[in-house]
Design a protein around this ligand. Structure first.
Ligand code: ASP
Ligand code: MG
Length: 438
């Protein structure tokens, strides 16, 4: 079994949905196809749920009507047989009626939002399945709610996924294509939940790991993981091969092509992940697997929206327990730290989730004096930086001689050097590093 995941743009129009079907049918053997919602849908569903939660019934209804119109147009263009068209339109109205029923309902607003945003993947997978039926493919539609489960800490329950999905596959022996929703799942109390924005990649990796798939393929709209950010740097190229460690660092620190958590299950189960471009299926893409990492810097990525917090205290001098006190504040507010640097008298950490920034600052002020810098970016260089490899830092720092650096992290893992700079300097830094290190 192979697992093939297609992102929002890959299923963003009737013609691309047809292209996805072609790609899927050209892959030999049994496969599970994991789909995102059509591009734009999840955002619109968030908007609808926002209207509903804030009692803007008319705005909610207007947007629902607009979306129904859009989906009916998709059906017109995608499906040719009247019975399929009718069934698809019935499904669309059923799903949007379900959404409309949330107006004025007495359940927590977080649950309203989860129920509503889940409909995007349900719509895309159903439409795709109708199309497969029309072209005579051997396919079945599997509800993610029948196997994708998270626990009370929002962590996927691998044993449950393995068992439930294994049973589904076993019960459909002769079937060639299993279609299922990315992103959505059931919570530990059996309610509709999700794996957070961009979570369809994570779904695919979880399924692939659960059934020890031959390969996980992530189909998007670019031709693999590039050596630098193509939005800011010219002449980037896609990498043929990356190790799991390198890919994890790049995804975590900003490479948009992969959801940061999605490498973890695949790496654990040692299932290779192939990144492919739906709109250029012949391009080789990037394979992520257990492999030797070649020397030097291999790729650069940047993540914006970073806030750095510096805590200064003279009690830090030889005081054990100081870091623990700081980390406990972040733990209390469930805010994860991306990067840490220390000196004799101060600690700097970065975060990207500033929901509880004020509370965190207030509590940290009991430990020491606190400085906060916003609008920062982390620039991550991935490659083999183990201690035997000397001379790698020289070109990095030479390239950045004109750029103010707020923090540097080197040695946390062998595969990553990270720098924190102002976002206004990001483009210049990416270009300078591109010229200096490749
Ligand atoms: N549809 C969801 C989102 O837009 C999940 C995904 O596309 O991966 O975030
Ligand atoms: Mg995505």
């Amino acid at each position: 079994m192979k697992v093939l995941k297609f992102g929002g743009t890959s299923v963003g129009s009737p013609s691309s949905i047809k292209e996805v079907a072609n790609i899927v049918r050209n892959v030999e053997g049994q496969k599970t196809v994991v789909l995102s919602a059509m591009s734009g849908t999840t955002n619109s569903l968030h908007e609808i749920s926002d209207h509903i939660i804030n009692y803007r019934e008319e705005e909610a209804n207007d947007l629902i009507d607009q979306m129904i119109g859009k989906y009916v147009d998709v059906v017109d263009e995608l499906l040719t047989e009247k019975t399929n068209q009718n069934e698809a339109i019935a499904l669309i109205s059923d799903r949007f009626e379900f959404i409309r029923e949330h107006v004025g309902i007495e359940i927590p607003s977080t649950q309203i939002e989860k129920n509503i945003v889940a409909q995007g993947e349900i719509l895309s997978t159903n439409l795709f399945h109708f199309h497969l039926k029309e072209i005579g493919a051997s396919a079945t539609l599997v509800s993610a709610f029948d196997f994708m489960a998270i626990d009370d800490a929002n962590e996927p329950v691998i044993s449950k996924i393995t068992e439930a999905y294994g049973k589904i596959v076993a019960a459909n022996e002769g079937i060639e294509i299993f279609v299922t929703q990315g992103y959505i799942c059931l919570s530990h109390t059996g309610k509709i939940d999700n794996l957070k924005r961009g979570g369809s990649d994570y779904s695919a990796s979880l399924i692939g790991a659960a059934i020890l798939a031959e390969e996980i393929q992530i189909w998007t709209d670019i031709d693999g993981m590039h050596n630098n950010d193509p939005r800011f740097v010219e002449n980037t190229f896609s990498l043929k091969e990356l190790s799991f460690d390198e890919a994890a660092e790049l995804a975590y620190f900003g490479a948009k092509i992969l959801h940061p958590q999605s490498v973890i299950p695949a790496r654990k189960a040692n299932v290779p992940v192939l990144l492919k471009n739906t709109f250029e299926p012949k391009a080789p893409g990037t394979i992520i697997k257990n492999c030797e990492v070649p020397n030097g810097v291999r790729a650069i990525a940047a993540k914006d929206g970073i806030t750095a917090i510096k805590i200064k205290s003279f009690r830090m001098l030889m005081a054990y327990g100081f870091l623990k006190g700081i980390f406990e504040v972040f733990e209390k507010y469930k805010t994860s730290i991306d990067m840490v640097t220390t000196s004799e008298v101060a600690v700097s950490v970065t975060i990207d989730d500033t929901t509880y920034l004020n509370e965190i600052i207030e509590e940290l002020q009991e430990i020491g004096s606190v400085d906060v810098d916003t609008d920062l970016s982390i620039v991550c260089l991935a490659g083999d930086f183990s201690e035997q490899k000397t001379g790698l830092s020289t070109p990095i720092f030479n390239s950045l001689s004109n750029i103010p650096i707020r923090m540097i992290s080197y040695g946390g893992s062998n595969y990553n050097v990270s720098l924190v700079i102002s976002t206004v300097n990001k483009k210049e830094a990416l270009v300078a590093l591109n010229n200096g290190v490749f």
